[in-house]
Write a protein that binds this ligand. Structure first.
Ligand code: 3SL
Length: 238
């Protein structure tokens, strides 16, 4: 039986890098990059190119792409949009290609590029992610993007939710995954309430963007599976 392991911070990624080409990676940045990517595809975006620096996104703007950049939770001045899922309405993104850079999420995607498959996970497409992991049936790495190499609650809770759903079909002996499941079980009955103490939710409050939290916790609102392949992300429909 294949197994599930969880990377609770990008700072620990190097410990899992060696045999990553045999594993399926789910990149997780619940607040907000991987949620926002799911929203963009649900609203008709054609491709999302994760880039390292705002300048790289700006360069794509010259080619007709939407340039999106977030740093420290805020839209970088001069860009078409930042990283709020509310920016990615069908009116703005349908049929468009987007170059996106964020503080943590796009970096975690780029770090995962050598994996067997790299899928973009959020509560919004949770069942689609589970279906893909079950049907490919290889070892899984749940990669939490965290915040500037620090652990965060929301990504680990989502890793725990996924692992719990898959626990009958995969071996779970990894302590990080076991802890993630425990954390999920502590939060599951009142996710929004539990996350009020999360550092990024407090950052949201100081930036007056709390309304994004409810959007990021909507479970199974889309069945699109965003796939990161050959340097870019494309929507895979069921
Ligand atoms: O770091 C990231 O990738 C972002 O998701 C952070 S933020 O929610 O846009 O602040």
């Amino acid at each position: 039986m294949p197994n599930i392991e969880t990377i609770i911070s990008p700072a620990l990624f190097h410990l899992h890098e060696e045999d990553i080409e045999h594993k399926n990676v789910v990149v997780i940045d619940i607040l907000r990059a991987t949620t926002t990517i799911c929203v963009a595809f649900a609203n008709g975006a054609k491709e999302i190119l994760p880039v390292s620096k705002p300048e790289d996104a700006a360069a794509m703007q010259q080619l007709g792409w939407i340039a999106a950049a977030e740093r420290h939770g805020e839209t970088v001045p001069g860009f078409d949009m930042g990283n709020s899922p509310q920016d990615y309405s069908a009116e703005r993104v349908n049929g468009r290609k987007i170059a996106l850079t964020t503080t943590n999420g796009t970096r975690a995607l780029q770090m995962s590029k050598s994996a067997r498959n790299v899928w973009v996970g959020s509560f919004l497409n949770m069942d689609a992610i589970c279906k893909a992991l079950l049907s490919d049936n290889h070892d899984i790495l749940l990669f939490c993007a965290g915040w500037k190499d620090k652990f965060n609650l929301e990504d680990t809770i989502y890793a725990g939710a996924l692992a719990r759903k898959l626990s009958a079909q995969f071996i779970i002996e990894d302590d990080a995954t076991l802890a993630a499941i425990d954390l999920y079980m502590a939060a599951e009955n009142n996710m929004a309430g539990y996350l009020q103490k999360a550092s990024h939710v407090n950052r949201f409050k100081s930036l007056h963007i709390e309304s994004d939290l409810d959007i990021c916790l909507k479970t199974n609102s889309t069945d699109i599976l965003p796939v990161f392949t050959n340097g870019s992300i494309y929507p895979q429909n069921p």
